[in-house]
Design a protein around this ligand. Structure first.
Ligand code: PMP
Length: 289
């Protein structure tokens, strides 16, 4: 087992020293932002997009990141270099910092920023071949009138409740609907459905994170000549889809074989297979040039 690497406030530290105060508002209130970034061949995949999203999330919360873009890039490079493995996953977190026991961030001294490099397995290896089973969760994804889902904040309780519901139902993963009953995304993945030769994904404005892997899939569709469009989708679209897959940094691309106990016609389907192959080729292309 390779040991995780911890980078905290400026340098790599042994696990025992990679600690934050108990009164950090990231812990007390989920007041903070984060990114999950994969690295392949020791190179972070789509780092600029991740840092742009982190900066946007922080800006939306008026959380001033303690490092500029170049310093964040250096922190990422250092953490990957210290990790014993060429492929892995980075968690980059900025918290509001230590403060008083009230939720006003004005009482917080300075944000804390840390990185963890480790391995991650969102699904068991075999699941990529057989496909996973989904449920639609009773927990809804809050819309932009509640908390804009484009902010990648430390508040993941809706997603955690949905994940618990999936596990208790014997399924692998849950999809969250928005307040109007439209599909949004999985607990940590964006959603694609295929009907015939066309792929559909919910618009981010229906309540999904503006996923970086989702954007990569849309790019690959353009390259591969696969028609793909954003459209509001309901459980009916899911139940009658020819294919369904989820995508995310941790998940990469995962085919879905059943939803709410209804088998899908083809998992992993032909579009999934084409995109999975193109995705692996893109990773190699970007991380070895
Ligand atoms: N939705 C949610 C709620 C997520 O947490 C994630 C993982 N970051 C995704 C979608 C997938 O986004 P990305 O491809 O940028 O990792």
């Amino acid at each position: 087992m390779t040991a995780p690497i911890y980078w905290l406030n400026g340098r790599i530290r042994p696990a025992a020293e990679a600690v934050l105060p108990l009164n950090d508002h990231g812990l007390l209130y989920g007041d903070g932002v984060f990114e999950g970034i994969r690295f392949y061949h020791r190179r972070p995949f789509r780092l600029t997009a991740h840092l742009e999203r982190l900066e946007a999330s922080a800006r939306a919360l008026l959380l001033e990141l303690p490092y500029d873009r170049a310093a964040l890039e250096r922190a990422v490079t250092e953490t990957i270099a210290a990790f014993d493995g060429s492929d892995g996953y980075l968690r980059l977190v900025a918290t509001r910092g230590a403060g008083t026991l009230g939720l006003d961030p004005a009482g917080c001294a300075a944000p804390n920023l840390f990185l963890i490099a480790d391995r991650v397995a969102v699904v068991g290896a075999g699941r990529r071949e057989t496909g996973i089973e989904l449920i639609t969760a009773s927990t809804r994804r809050p819309g932009p009138t509640v908390l804009d889902p484009r902010i990648k904040s430390l508040n993941y309780l809706n997603n955690i409740l949905a994940k618990l519901e999936a596990r208790r139902a014997g399924a692998d993963e849950a999809l969250l609907l928005n307040q109007h009953g439209y599909l949004t995304e999985g607990t940590a993945e964006n959603l694609f459905l295929a009907r015939g030769a066309i792929l559909y994904t919910p618009p981010v404005s229906d309540g999904a994170l503006d996923g970086i892997t989702r954007a990569v899939v849309l790019e690959l569709c353009a390259r591969e000549g696969i028609e793909a469009c954003e459209r509001s989708l309901t459980p009916y679209d899911l139940y009658t889809a020819d294919e369904c897959f989820l995508c995310g940094t941790g998940a990469e691309l995962i085919p879905v074989r059943a939803a709410d106990g209804r088998p899908l016609t083809a998992a992993p389907g032909p579009l999934y297979r084409r995109l999975e192959t193109a995705f692996r080729a893109l990773i190699d292309e970007e991380s070895t040039r």
